[in-house]
Design a protein around this ligand. Structure first.
Ligand code: G1P
Length: 275
C-alpha cells in the first residue's frame, strides 16, 4: 500500500521575483488556491494521506497553510465567510503533514534523500508542485498508483515534448509494454537536444521504491553539479526496472511565467468553482 507522498519545496522560484522574494513560489495562487494545494489534493485523492515536505529557509507559509489559523477562524466565525475556509479545512482533515529542511540546495536527488525519514521504508509518491496536472478522469497520482499495483516497481510520469524544450527535462528511452506504458532502458537529465534519447520527457510525478535512498546515498553530483534523481532512477532501471507512464490529462509548467498564466486561465474556466 502506498500512503505517503513527498513534496520537495525548497526551491527559490527566482523566475517569479520579485513576487517570491519573501513568499514561497508554491504559495502563488492559481485563481484562489496556492499551487502546492493542488498537488496535495492530488495526493490525497490517490489515497496518499501522509504528506511530507522538504522545505528550506523562507518556506514557513507552507506549514502555516496546512495548519489551523485560530485567529482567522475566530474572526470570521458566524459572519457567513466561514465557507471560504472549508476547502482548506477539508484538506487538513484528510492528511497528516510533516516537514523537514534541506539545509543546502544540492539538487532534486538530495531533496528526496533529505525526505527519507519522512517517507520510511515503503514505496511513496513524489509530486513536484511546479508541474500542475489536471488528470483525465482520475488524478495523475491516482493513475500511477494503479500502475504500481500492477508492476510493483518505481513509476515515472512522462509526456511527449517536441522541439528545443526537451533540454529542460529528464528524458527516457524505453521499450513499449503497451499503449502509454514503457519499460525504461535509459535516462538522461536535461540532455542537449541532439543527445536526447527520445521525445519522452519526465514530468514531476513519481512513485519510488525505498531502494532509491541507498542509490541516492552514493550518486555523485551530475547535471549542473547537483545530485539528480534521474541518475539514481537510471540505476534502478537496470537493477529492478522502472516503468514510464504517459499519463492521461493536462500538465502546466507553473515554474515558468507563461505556463503559470496558461494554468490560471485554464483553471479559471474549467476547474475553479465559485464558493
Ligand atoms: C526536475 C527533474 C527533471 C524533470 C522535471 C519535471 O527538473 O530533474 O528530470 O523532467 O523536474 O518538471 P527541474 O524542472 O526541477 O529542474
Amino acid at each position: 500500500m502506498i500512503n505517503r507522498c513527498l513534496f520537495p519545496v525548497a526551491g527559490y522560484g527566482t523566475r517569479f521575483l520579485p513576487a517570491t522574494k519573501s513568499m514561497p513560489k508554491e504559495m502563488l495562487p492559481i485563481v484562489n488556491k496556492p499551487l502546492v494545494q493542488y498537488g496535495v489534493e492530488e495526493a490525497l485523492d490517490a489515497g496518499l494521506d501522509q504528506i511530507g515536505f522538504v522545505t528550506g529557509r523562507g518556506k514557513r507559509a507552507i506549514a502555516d497553510h496546512f495548519d489551523v489559523n485560530y485567529e482567522l477562524e475566530h474572526q470570521i466565525k458566524g459572519t457567513g465567510k466561514e465557507k471560504y475556509l472549508s476547502c482548506i479545512r477539508g484538506v487538513m482533515d484528510r492528511g497528516v503533514f510533516s516537514f523537514t529542511r534541506q539545509s543546502e540546495m544540492k539538487g532534486l536527488g538530495d531533496a528526496i534523500l533529505t525526505g527519507q525519514r519522512l517517507m520510511g521504508t515503503e514505496p511513496f509518491g513524489v509530486i513536484l508542485s511546479d508541474d500542475l496536472c489536471f488528470g483525465d478522469g482520475s488524478g495523475v497520482m491516482a493513475q500511477m498508483v494503479k500502475l504500481y499495483e500492477e508492476f510493483q516497481c518505481s513509476i515515472i510520469a512522462i509526456q511527449e515534448i517536441d522541439g528545443d524544450d526537451i533540454e529542460k527535462f529528464g528524458v527516457i528511452a524505453g521499450d513499449k509494454v503497451r499503449d502509454g506504458v514503457y519499460k525504461v532502458t535509459d535516462m538522461v537529465e536535461k540532455p542537449a537536444k541532439e543527445d536526447a534519447p527520445s521525445n519522452l520527457a519526465i514530468i514531476g510525478r513519481y512513485i519510488l521504491t525505498p531502494d532509491i535512498f541507498d542509490v541516492l546515498g552514493w550518486t555523485p553530483p551530475g547535471k549542473n553539479g547537483e545530485v539528480q534523481l534521474t541518475d539514481a532512477l537510471k540505476v534502478l532501471s537496470k537493477t529492478q526496472g522502472v516503468i514510464a507512464y504517459k499519463f492521461k490529462g493536462l500538465r502546466f509548467d507553473c515554474g515558468s511565467i507563461d505556463g503559470f498564466v496558461e494554468a490560471t486561465n485554464y483553471a479559471y474556466k474549467n476547474v475553479y468553482k465559485p464558493i
